[in-house]
Design a protein around this ligand. Structure first.
Ligand code: ARG
Length: 473
């Protein structure tokens, strides 16, 4: 029997599960398999999970009241120790769960050893992640809502400012700046809805699933569920410990938010260039160049645009991590945390930067207006004018196309033509044509729900304010 010798070879690292082992884990393998460097950020959630588990075991009589008391006391002290940054984290103890459990036993003795009755790190870690994500989602939603308020403030200040609207990045039709900002607002509204919806799947309690099959001890999962404030109990123990679809779903929602932010970023970068010159980004969101003294670079939007790649990458990581995993828990799942946490951190930083920056943007109305005057933005309005006088749309399209060709040749906008010149293209044209050819006339005419008319943008802002004033779900 290898007893005496193997005992020497065993060390602290195996103290929680080393019973069947005859030698210590290889030093490199120990570091390779450890997660404590990154999962310690779930320490408070792990403690809360243990508190609930101990109280539940006390209620069902598996643990004595005395043991429960000691455990709660010990966990309280450990919680404070962690808060104070004084907890002796040990890579040898692998993960946050075993670090805290070992510390508890060091502090309170045998009662600490009883805490793990009827549970496994498999249901424990799944519960911790969900507790952690639930809080993170609340903070992210609050930050996204702050961004929405900033967008509403910006839109409200500029409902009348006219700019070119683009398709294919070519001047298409005039729009109001407020209308454009409200388009961003709608994108963020759906993002917030997605986070709320994702939270429904996050807020389900795996605890009690134990390693994979449930446990032989009398447990009261409903009671743990109430203590932890989950909406419901996971219905199948195999599924509860193994699936990370809720984390994938969160990363998908985050990737969509980042994709939206990257689109807004791209517009801000373009618009703040000398070539567009549509907006001024406040200096505090930009940096200079170490060599070119004239430079003011839109770093914040550029960085947000860049970080989108990283969040989209995390989504692919998690999908690939989960792909083809047989039931139930596999150690692969330990790899869920770094992408997930980095997604949360990155998204938080980007939303924060945007919520600060967006309301501080200063549009340049003259510059926007001049740009709108350049690209024959009211050509559709002239075609519509002719249709309203009885011409078929395809014919009016042709007529206006000719007028535009003439304008290009002359270097003049349609609104700068004389009445006689316009009548040269169609005898139906009369003096009142100039009201539709102006930028103001063009935007004011799109006067329906969702249209760009300043009056409609004002009511869209009002409607949005009541919508976000109400709780989402
Ligand atoms: N550190 C592990 C994780 O993050 C905890 C669960 C480990 N369970 C196990 N049976 N090895 O997934």
């Amino acid at each position: 029997m290898p007893d005496a010798m193997s005992k020497d070879k065993k060390d602290k690292s195996n103290q929680l599960w080393g019973g069947r082992f005859s030698e210590s884990t290889d030093e490199f393998v120990q570091a390779f398999t450890a997660s404590v460097t990154f999962d310690q950020r779930m320490a408070q959630q792990d403690i809360n999970c243990s508190r609930a588990h101990a109280q539940m075991l006390g209620k069902t009589g598996v643990l004595s009241a005395q043991d429960v008391e000691k455990i709660l006391q010990g966990l309280e002290e450990i919680s404070r120790e962690i808060e104070a940054g004084e907890f002796p984290w040990s890579v040898a103890l692998e993960d946050v769960h075993m670090n805290i459990e070992a510390r508890l036993t060091d502090r309170i003795g045998d009662a600490g050893k009883r805490l793990h009755t009827g549970r496994s790190r498999n249901d424990q870690v799944a519960t911790d992640i969900r507790l952690y994500m639930r809080e993170a989602i609340d903070v992210l939603i609050a930050e996204a809502q702050r961004l929405q308020h900033g967008m509403l403030a910006l839109a409200e200040r500029h409902t009348d400012v006219i700019m070119p609207g683009f398709t294919h990045l070519q001047t298409a039709q005039p729009v109001t700046f407020g209308h454009h900002v409200m388009a961003w607002f709608e994108m963020i509204s759906r993002d917030i809805e997605r986070l709320h919806d994702c939270n429904k799947r996050v807020n389900v309690m795996p605890l009690g699933a134990a390693a994979l099959a449930g446990t032989t001890y009398p447990i009261d999962r409903q009671y743990s569920c109430e203590l932890l404030g989950f909406a419901s109990v996971a219905r199948n123990s195999l599924d509860a410990v193994s699936d990370r679809d809720f984390a994938i779903e969160f990363c998908a929602s985050a990737a969509i938010i980042m994709t939206h932010l990257s689109r807004i970023s791209e517009e801000l970068v373009l618009w703040s260039s000398a070539q567009f010159d549509f907006i001024e980004l406040p200096d505090r969101f930009c940096t200079g160049s170490s060599i070119m003294p004239q430079k003011k670079n839109p770093d914040v939007p550029e960085l947000v645009r860049g970080k989108t790649g990283r969040v989209n990458g995390h989504l692919v990581s998690l999908l690939t991590l989960m792909k083809s995993q047989p039931l139930a828990y596999n150690k692969d799942n330990q790899e869920d945390k770094e992408p997930l946490f980095d997604t949360i951190d990155t998204l938080m930083g980007c939303l924060r930067a945007f919520a600060d920056m967006i309301p501080a943007i200063e549009p340049k109305p003259d510059s926007m207006r001049n740009a709108a005057l350049k690209g024959f933005a009211t050509a559709t309005d002239l075609a519509d004018y002719l249709v309203k006088r009885g011409m078929a749309f395809r014919d009016s399209h042709e007529v206006v196309g000719k007028a535009v060709a003439y304008g290009i040749q002359q270097g003049r906008d349609l609104s700068e033509f004389s009445l006689e010149e316009l009548q040269g293209f169609s005898a139906d044209i009369e003096e009142d044509v100039f009201t539709v050819l102006t930028l103001e006339g063009s935007v004011a005419a799109r006067d329906h729900i969702g249209g760009t008319a300043p009056a409609q943008v004002k009511s869209a802002i009002e409607e949005a304010r009541t919508r976000i004033g109400n709780a989402y779900f």
